[in-house]
Design a protein around this ligand. Structure first.
Ligand SMILES: [Zn+2]
Length: 328
């Protein structure tokens, strides 16, 4: 993703999360609050293992063998858990590289003949260059993308396992989106979400009972050990009710500290995969912690991310999804 303008960024406070997260977990254990009867429990350690699993492929930019292996892995995992799994393949002609690329958006469908459908998405490709590195030699290298790429997919893949155990009342489509971080400029970013936004009705044709998405939730950079997610400005402008739904779920779980309402993130307008979807008629919000010192550097590695953060985001998304009504 790319930030148009960032304001009100506070310095990271090391070691704040583990202590606070431990306290939150203790409260949750004591209250037995997991978001409803029979709802499987999100496992942050499993999600963290899935984050590392993706990073084991190495940097995963569009057009590389590691990218293909990652796409194959994600598709195979979804095939195990989803009621239906399919892909949208698309061709992208890059003006800067003067060659064509084949991209893959990967979908898993959870539920049949549902009245309502919710879209959950994350990008799985990683930035081909470490643009934020000061050293020019380093800046030309591809990033590992533990947080920027793998974290959102890790949460959604863990959720896919849970939906396999117990479907939600609402239909759920999980989408692993390609080409978000291709670049170098924003004109060559969000390639997969643009391809999907153009043809989403056609792409979703195999889904029985599908009419439209009630809304979409994009997860991006949700693994930072020092987790603090602010309300992203396009999301609050275009889908305030969905933002409220997510932040309310976080508050109910006593995660206010991590889903921070006190700092509204005014001016934090993030260009990300939610924008093409909004333009294409899907109400979509971006859940993102953009205050990450390793963004687009070679230091975006699994040790900067934590199971506790994935747990928090996973718990919130679980609560939102399993609270959705079946509809009439
Ligand atoms: Zn990025």
């Amino acid at each position: 993703m790319n930030a148009l303008s960032i304001m009100h960024i506070t310095p990271a406070v090391p070691n704040r999360l583990p202590v606070a997260a431990a306290a939150v977990f203790l409260i949750l254990i004591l209250s037995g609050c997991t978001g409803g009867a029979g709802v499987p429990k999100f496992d942050g350690n499993n999600a963290y293992a899935l984050l590392k699993r993706q990073c084991d492929f190495g940097p995963r930019p569009l057009g590389t063998p590691a990218h293909e292996k990652t796409a194959d892995f994600l598709a195979a995992e979804l095939k195990k858990y989803a009621d239906r799994q399919f892909e949208q393949s698309f061709t992208y002609q890059s003006p800067s590289r003067k060659r064509a690329y084949t991209g893959r958006n990967i979908f898993g469908v959870f539920g049949k003949d549902r009245k309502r459908w919710v879209l959950l998405l994350a990008h799985y490709d990683t930035r081909p260059t470490a643009d934020e590195e000061v050293d020019h030699a380093k800046a030309r290298q591809p990033i590992l993308g533990a947080n920027d790429g793998a974290s959102g997919c890790a949460v959604l893949l863990e959720l896919a396992k849970m939906l396999h155990k117990k479907l939600a009342d609402t239909g759920v489509v999980i989408a692993f989106i390609d080409g978000e971080d291709f670049g170098p400029g924003v004109d060559e970013m969000f390639i997969g979400s643009k391809a999907f936004a153009e043809k989403w009705r056609e792409v979703m044709k195999p889904v029985r009972g599908f009419d439209k998405f009630e809304y979409g939730v994009l997860l991006d950079m949700v693994g930072d050990k020092d987790l603090e997610i602010r309300k992203e400005s396009y999301s609050t402008q275009r889908a305030p009710d969905i933002v409220a739904k997510i932040w309310n779920a976080a508050a109910e779980l006593e995660y206010d500290k991590y889903f921070n309402s006190a700092k509204p993130g005014l001016g934090q307008m993030i260009q990300d995969d939610h924008l093409p979807l909004l333009a294409g008629g899907i109400k979509c919000v971006d859940v993102i912690d953009f205050d990450y010192p390793y963004w687009h550097t070679l230091e975006d590695t699994p040790d900067k991310c934590g199971a506790a953060s994935l747990q928090i985001v996973g718990d919130v998304v679980t609560r939102v999804v399993y609270s959705e009504p079946a509809g009439e």
